[in-house]
Design a protein around this ligand. Sequence first.
Ligand code: MG
Length: 159
Amino acid sequence: MNLRIGQGYDIHRLVRDRKFILGGVEIPSALGCDAHSDGDVLIHAIIDALLGAVSLGDIGSHFPPSDSRWKDADSSGLLRHVMGLLRDRGWEPVNLDTTVILETPRLRPHIDDIRLSLSRMTGIPFDAVSVKAKTKEKQDAVGEGRAVEALAAVLVTGN
Ligand code: MG
């Protein structure tokens, strides 16, 4: 069996008057992500992990911000597109482990909704999709509530 591992990272600024979408789930929040697309920082980190696992570049090379097609794009659609790229090449994800770092709101009540959403988008079994939440102990822009970060690691098998 051929195994590959990938890791991804993303950070978005938090601003007023934007929806806060994580892993395809809208989270009630006074602030949302300022971004070219819908600003789903978690899906963006996962896309980079998947592309990285199979050495297919990064999210910016597949969906350049300069391309108006991706303005306010639904990140779920981008993730599904990337899953197609992997499957076309004979790769299938095995498990996904992620961390979201933000000060507020508390993510715990939404974790299983996000896991289910990611499981549906990737085809990874729910039990093999992990979403963890951390704060930054009031340090730096994330700790001051001005940004949100996400980390992702994925294992893929195939070929
Ligand atoms: Mg991003």
